[in-house]
Ligand binder design. Structure first.
Ligand code: BEZ
Length: 393
C-alpha cells in the first residue's frame, strides 16, 4: 500500500515538474513558427559582410536545434543592396507583406536608420547586427531596438586613444562620406584631440566610390604623422592596396577602425601586413567561448569567422535571451527588453552588457595584422560605452 502511494506521488510530482515544459510546448505550437526577416546586403561592396552575419546567426539557431524558445525558426530574406534610397520599401516588405516577428539587419548605417524608423513606428523587434549609426541607439532609440555590434563612434574613439599614445600629433583622416565614416572620424577626433593631437585634414569621397588616387596624392603632399581611416568590405581591400601602391605605407603609418582589415586579409595580402586597427574582436582571443565558436563556424561553413559572423551569432544569442524570457512572445517588448538589459551576453568577443540605449558596452582590442590574422596587441579601450546622445526611453 505504502509502495503504491509512493509511486503515485512520484508520478504526480513528475507531472507537475513536466507541466511548465508541456505548457511551453503547447504555447510554442499556438505561436507557430518564428519568422525572422533578414535585411542584409547580398550584392555590392558589403555583400560578404551580409553573408557572414547570416552565417553567424544561423549557426546559433542550429546549435539550438533550429528553434528559439520552442518555436521553429523560418527565414525570409531581402537584399538591401546597401542602398538607403530603397531601405523603407525593403523593410516594409518584411513588416507588412511578410509579417515577420523580428527583423535582423543591417550592415550600412544609412539603411539601418530607415529600418529603425520603421521598427519604431510599427513596434516590430529589430536587432542590428552591424550598422553603427549613432541615431539607432541615440535619438531613434526605442524599447524594441537592440544592437549586437558597436556604434561607429566606439572603434574610432579607441583608435584615437592609441594614436595619441603612440605620440602622433598631426593626423589626416580619410573615409566614405556617410554616417559610418563621419561618426567614426568623430570618435577618433574626440579621443585624439582630447589627448592634445590635431586632425589637420578630413578627406572623404561618396559611398561606395573607390577612386582614391587624388586623395592619396593630397595625403602625400600634406605629410601628416599618420592617417586614420574607416573603410570596410570591398572598399577596404582596394584602399589598403592603393595606399601601399602609392608608396605611402612605407612613409606614413596607416591606422583604422578594425573593419579596414576584418574579413579582407585574404584579398589584401602583404599590403595589409603590420597595420594597426582597433575593434571589439580579433582572430586569436584564445578564450574557450571563441575557440568553440571558431571551430563550429569553420566546420559548418569551411571558412574562418570574422567580426561580422560574431555579431550575427550574438544577434541570435540576444534573440534567444529575450524570447526565452517571454516564452517565445515577440510582441512582449517590455519582457524582452528587461531580459536583455540585465543580461551578460557570452560572446566569442568576450562577454558584454547593453547600455541603457541598447548598445554593447565592450572592450576594444588593439590588433596588428600578422599574415592572415588580426592579432591582439592589447586592450585599446576597456568597457567602452557609446554616449547614446539623444536617447530618451
Ligand atoms: C556602417 O555603415 O555602419 C558600417 C558598414 C560596414 C562596417 C562597419 C560599419
Amino acid at each position: 500500500m505504502q509502495k503504491k502511494q509512493t509511486l503515485l506521488s512520484i508520478a504526480a510530482m513528475t507531472l507537475i515538474a513536466a507541466a511548465p515544459t508541456a505548457w511551453a510546448q503547447a504555447q510554442a505550437q499556438t505561436q507557430g513558427k518564428l519568422k525572422v526577416g533578414f535585411m542584409l546586403p547580398a550584392t555590392g561592396t558589403f555583400a560578404s559582410l551580409g553573408t557572414a552575419i547570416d552565417n553567424g546567426f544561423r549557426l546559433y539557431v542550429t546549435e539550438q536545434g533550429g528553434k528559439i524558445a520552442g518555436r521553429e525558426v523560418e527565414y525570409v530574406r531581402v537584399d538591401d543592396e546597401s542602398d538607403p534610397a530603397k531601405a523603407t520599401d525593403n523593410v516594409n516588405k518584411l513588416i507588412k507583406r511578410d509579417n515577420v516577428d523580428v527583423i535582423v539587419g543591417t550592415v550600412h548605417s544609412g539603411v539601418a536608420m530607415a529600418m529603425a524608423k520603421a521598427a519604431k513606428e510599427s513596434g516590430t523587434l529589430l536587432l542590428v547586427p552591424n550598422a553603427g549609426a549613432a541615431a539607432v541607439t541615440g535619438a531613434m532609440c526605442a524599447p524594441n531596438i537592440f544592437r549586437s555590434s558597436f556604434s561607429n563612434w566606439q572603434p574610432g574613439y579607441a583608435m584615437g586613444e592609441v594614436a595619441a599614445k603612440k605620440g602622433h600629433k598631426k593626423i589626416v583622416t580619410i573615409t566614405w562620406k556617410y554616417a559610418a565614416g563621419d561618426e567614426t572620424v568623430k570618435g577618433f577626433k574626440d579621443a585624439f584631440e582630447k589627448a592634445g593631437g590635431s586632425v589637420v585634414k578630413e578627406l572623404s569621397l561618396p559611398f561606395p566610390n573607390v577612386e582614391f588616387q587624388a586623395l592619396l596624392t593630397e595625403i602625400a603632399a600634406t605629410k601628416p604623422d599618420a592617417v586614420f581611416t574607416f573603410f570596410a568590405g570591398g572598399g577596404a581591400v582596394k584602399f589598403v592596396k592603393d595606399y601601399a601602391a602609392a608608396g605611402l605605407k612605407k612613409t606614413i603609418p596607416l591606422y583604422g577602425s578594425g573593419f579596414l582589415t576584418d574579413g579582407t586579409l585574404e584579398a589584401q595580402g602583404a599590403d595589409a601586413e603590420g597595420l594597426f586597427t582597433a575593434l571589439h574582436y580579433a582572430d586569436n582571443l584564445n578564450n574557450k567561448r571563441d575557440q568553440a565558436f571558431r571551430l563550429a563556424y569553420a566546420k559548418t561553413y569551411k571558412l574562418q569567422p570574422d567580426v561580422y559572423a560574431v555579431q550575427g551569432y550574438d544577434a541570435g544569442q540576444m534573440l534567444g535571451i529575450g524570447l526565452n524570457a517571454t516564452k517565445g512572445d515577440a510582441k512582449n517588448i517590455n519582457g524582452f527588453a528587461q531580459a536583455l538589459r540585465s543580461a551578460k551576453i557570452d560572446s566569442p568577443r568576450g562577454s558584454f552588457t547593453l547600455s541603457k540605449s541598447h548598445n554593447p558596452v565592450q572592450d576594444f582590442y588593439l590588433r596588428k595584422v600578422v599574415g592572415k590574422e588580426n592579432v591582439v596587441e592589447g586592450i585599446a579601450s576597456k568597457s567602452l560605452a557609446d554616449p547614446g546622445l539623444g536617447c530618451k526611453m
